[in-house]
Design a protein. Structure first.
Lengths: 113, 277
């Protein structure tokens, strides 16, 4: 359940932004989560609600934007999409894949008031 | 609240010293006075941990200490490997240990019995060590220049994969009493580790564990991962492990003559590939 500490990290960022950008309440949090990031969206939702209780983000909607995994196949010399780390190239079956996307874990934006 | 960095860390305790918990600021909503708006943030959630990890890494570089983050499931033999390693290597290299467990200081006591300086971190409900906890443990640990630091993470093959502690390498320990398909079941950890130690090989005649298949699975997840089979209790393969540590320590010394590399860059799309693949 490291999602709990990740949500605490999200809350700390929100609280710092609230001081810097002068808002009092958060309605929506948009989070970008890569398919290969070590994060389970369901656990994020669960933890987010627990962590934000009694804070300026209580009741805020957590919107998770999934980012597909992407890799560069050295054999095909082109970008392919992957769902897991240990997948072979979907076209040629090669294991020589260099991950190029899908590990993101980022707060994109907040809807605040 | 912590006097060093102002943190309130809930149930986390270092050598039994508990950090007081600071209540999170409550919301001060003034109804009817505000209007909804969008705030663009674009902030990496690991940025804070990675900042502490970079600080730990600078500390290790300044002391020319090779720091290793040992990860495994509970019971794979991390603590036994450590006590044996300390006994076998302490004469040639000073060794210090940071012990991570949810509760108790039993493992730290086992390590201290070898004479190595040890700090215990209890994570409370936490399932992993983070770079911030390790930074606090370092405040209580005197590192010897040119020595080794082992950080024994909480026994868990999932969460510790995501947290950079400032280490030079993650070392994953898998024992042959577990399933050989663990690298496929917990790919994030085997992907994050640079070395896989296959422990308890003295038990191979008694268990159904295919070593070659296990290595193949690990390299499917991480083509460049190095593998060392050993038995910490019977000392098989330990000299190869000591040689690996010596090599890694020398590489550490050579690289610390240059500015330290910020490993948070690892999260950028640059996966390593090995010529072995």
């Amino acid at each position: 359940m490291h999602e709990m500490s990740l949500c605490e990290g999200v809350l700390q960022v929100i609280e710092a932004e609230a001081r810097a950008q002068h808002f009092l309440r958060v309605r929506r949090v948009r989070l970008e989560v890569g398919a290969l990031a070590c994060v389970e969206p369901e656990a994020m939702h669960f933890s987010f609600d627990a962590v934000t209780r009694g804070t300026l983000a209580q009741g805020a909607k957590l919107e998770i934007i999934r980012v597909a995994g992407e890799a560069w196949c050295l054999s095909c010399a082109r970008a392919v999409s992957v769902d897991r780390r240990y997948e072979n190239c979907p076209d040629c079956g090669s294991v020589l894949l260099q991950l190029t996307g899908g590990e993101e874990l980022k707060i994109k934006s907040l809807e605040v008031e | 609240m912590c006097g060093t960095c102002g943190c309130g860390e809930g149930e986390m305790a270092i050598n039994g010293h508990r950090h007081a918990t600071e209540a999170v600021a409550g919301h001060t909503h003034a109804p009817g006075t505000s209007q909804a708006r969008m705030v663009q943030i674009e902030k990496d959630i690991f940025a804070k941990n990675d900042g502490y990890a970079a600080r730990n890494r600078r500390h290790f570089a300044a002391e020319q200490v090779l720091a290793l983050n040992l990860v495994s499931s509970p019971g794979a033999g991390k603590t036994t490997l450590l006590t044996q390693t300390i006994v076998g290597m302490q004469a040639s290299r000073p060794i210090a240990v940071i012990e991570g467990d949810q509760q108790t200081s039993r493992d730290a006591e086992r390590i201290r019995a070898t004479g190595a300086p040890t700090v215990q971190i209890n994570t409370g409900k936490g399932c992993h060590l983070d770079a911030h906890m390790v930074g606090h443990a370092l405040d209580r640990l005197t590192l010897t220049h040119g020595g080794l630091l082992f950080i024994e993470n909480v026994g868990n093959l999932v969460c510790p994969a995501a947290f950079d502690l400032g280490e030079a390498h993650k070392v994953v320990i898998l024992s042959v009493t577990e399933g050989e398909d663990k690298p496929l079941k917990y790919p994030d950890m085997f992907h994050a580790a640079d070395l896989m130690i296959l422990n308890k090989i003295d038990l191979l005649p008694h268990v159904n564990f295919d070593v070659e298949q296990c290595i193949a699975y690990a390299r499917q997840v991480h083509p460049g991962i190095e593998v060392l089979p050993l038995s910490a209790t019977r000392s098989d393969g330990m000299t190869v492990w000591y040689a690996w540590l010596d090599r890694a320590a020398r590489a550490r010394h050579e690289s610390s003559e240059k500015p330290p590399v910020d490993k948070s860059a690892r999260r950028q799309p640059t996966d390593r590939l090995s010529s072995e693949a």
